[in-house]
Write a protein that binds this ligand. Structure first.
Ligand SMILES: Cc1cc2nc3c(=O)[nH]c(=O)nc-3n(C[C@H](O)[C@H](O)[C@H](O)COP(=O)(O)OP(=O)(O)OC[C@H]3O[C@@H](n4cnc5c(N)ncnc54)[C@H](O)[C@@H]3O)c2cc1C
Length: 415
């Protein structure tokens, strides 16, 4: 490290960008966040934070905030769309804490973002800054914003989501492809569904051409649901961002009464089209790199998109601390992260097919497999949940070597 800390510009103040900002700030860098929106907001309702993500957030000192705002689901329960039969059920808490030293949590996205933002100096978050151009400058990067502002930084991090302007500037424009799925998302005050006597857990209902997940958020005051259905094409003229409850109910016509009761009790319902990109071979060019959905958007069918963005930030901070040359640090960061996120992108895609099988032989084979080996059980997902985003795990550093002269060892099988 030189005597002056590296100046790092993070473009995008979503879950990925803000967590990276906190990780980098706590690692001693001079960090500024540039967010296009006039305020920090998170659209949509709930989010799962698996143990690999809560461990990083706790490491940043955010454990008390998570405990204050979040819910610790007791189990995850997969059920059949029509009759509600159990296909698999696995305990989550307190088992995750016992196995991985961190809980599995469900939170309202706005609560999660507020907890993360509280750990970063507000005066270094620049709202209303929409990046419109950037240039690599050998030993730094320059960026321009729609409001006329112009900045320079030693390192620039594009955390600006699936439609990333940083990605387009570094690697060319390419529109994401519609993934053939839309989601109906809603929040239900818990008292409206009290008669269902729902367990404090996550339930996932799978059926032909769709699935629906529900879990509690906001200290148990709200039940969040996301119901996916398949569609050939996305047409903005046909769909509005705010769906009617009647339309969501029609999409789940014939499904179990519990699901229909939950949808009908929602205050409002939003519709969300799923977009996708193929894995990128590179994230870094010169002093600029990417993070989160900007470089590895994934179907949310492993519940890991934001978790991967959170891990990215921790690994990026560890790499920038360990290597004197920022370009070398960025290239090491990219190498460490690519295999793991690519694996999750592929698994998430495969789950779209598996969750949406029409009733028939393939569905019966899937159900039999789930009954035999619970693929959602925390001990089955060891490779995913035990990820260590601290110095050892992030860098592949042999702990026995000197901390001031880290020796790099080949990729371990924790990816
Ligand atoms: C229905 C659904 C359910 C999901 N469930 C889960 C889950 O349970 N667990 C999980 O881990 N993940 C889940 N995900 C995935 C997760 O939501 C995303 O992976 C995560 O939010 C990505 O965070 P990000 O910060 O990379 O991008 P974003 O959240 O998209 O944030 C990007 C930010 O950049 C800003 N921005 C964009 N362009 C510019 C610009 N030009 N200049 C400045 N700022 C800009 C945006 O305003 C935004 O604030 C789910 C996704 C969906 C759709």
């Amino acid at each position: 490290m030189t005597s002056l800390p590296l100046r790092i510009a993070v473009i995008g103040g979503g879950i990925g960008g803000l967590t990276a900002a906190v990780s980098l700030f706590q690692a001693g860098f001079a960090v500024d966040v540039y967010e296009q929106a006039p305020e920090l907001t998170e659209v949509g309702g709930g989010i799962n934070m698996a143990p690999n993500a809560t461990r990083v957030l706790r490491g940043l000192g955010l454990g008390a905030g998570l405990d204050r705002e979040g819910v610790r689901p007791l189990s995850t329960h997969q059920r059949r769309w029509q009759d509600g039969r159990t296909l698999q059920r696995a305990p989550l808490n307190p088992l995750c804490e016992e196995l991985y030293g961190a809980p599995h949590m469900t939170l309202h996205r706005a609560d999660l973002l507020a907890v993360i933002a509280a750990a970063f100096p507000a005066e270094h978050i620049h709202l209303g800054h929409r990046l419109v151009g950037l240039a690599n400058k050998g030993c730094g990067a320059e960026a321009w914003f729609e409001n006329g502002a112009h900045i320079t930084a030693d390192v620039l991090v594009g955390a600006d989501g699936i439609h990333s302007a940083v990605r387009a500037a570094l690697f060319g424009e390419e529109d994401p492809a519609f993934a053939g799925c839309v989601a109906y998302r809603g929040l239900v005050p818990a008292e409206r569904v009290a008669d269902l006597a729902l367990e404090l857990g996550s339930q996932s209902w799978v059926g032909p051409g769709g699935h629906l997940v529900h879990y509690f958020v906001s200290r148990g005051r709200l039940l969040n649901f996301v119901g996916w259905t398949e569609h050939d094409r996305w047409n903005r003229e046909d769909w509005t961002d705010r769906a009617t409850i009647a339309r969501a109910l029609a999409a789940f016509d014939g499904w179990h009464e519990q699901i229909r009761t939950i949808i009908a009790a929602a205050e409002t319902c939003f519709i969300w089209a799923l977009f996708d990109r193929d894995p990128l071979p590179r994230w870094t060019a010169g002093r600029a790199t990417l993070l989160g959905d900007a470089c590895h958007p994934m179907y949310p069918f492993m519940g890991q998109g934001a978790a991967m963005a959170i891990e990215d930030g921790a690994v990026l901070a560890a790499c920038l601390r360990a290597f004197h040359d920022p370009a070398e640090a960025l290239s090491h960061y990219e190498r460490r992260r690519l295999p793991r996120v690519t694996r999750l992108q592929q698994m998430s895609r495969a789950n779209k097919t598996r969750f949406h099988l029409p009733d028939g032989p393939a569905q019966q084979a899937r159900d039999a497999e789930w009954a035999r080996a619970s693929d959602r059980a925390p001990d089955t997902l060891r490779w995913l949940y035990e990820f260590d985003a601290g110095v050892g795990g992030a860098l592949g550093i042999d702990h026995k070597s000197s901390p001031t002269a880290p020796a790099l060892i080949p990729d371990r099988d924790t990816q």
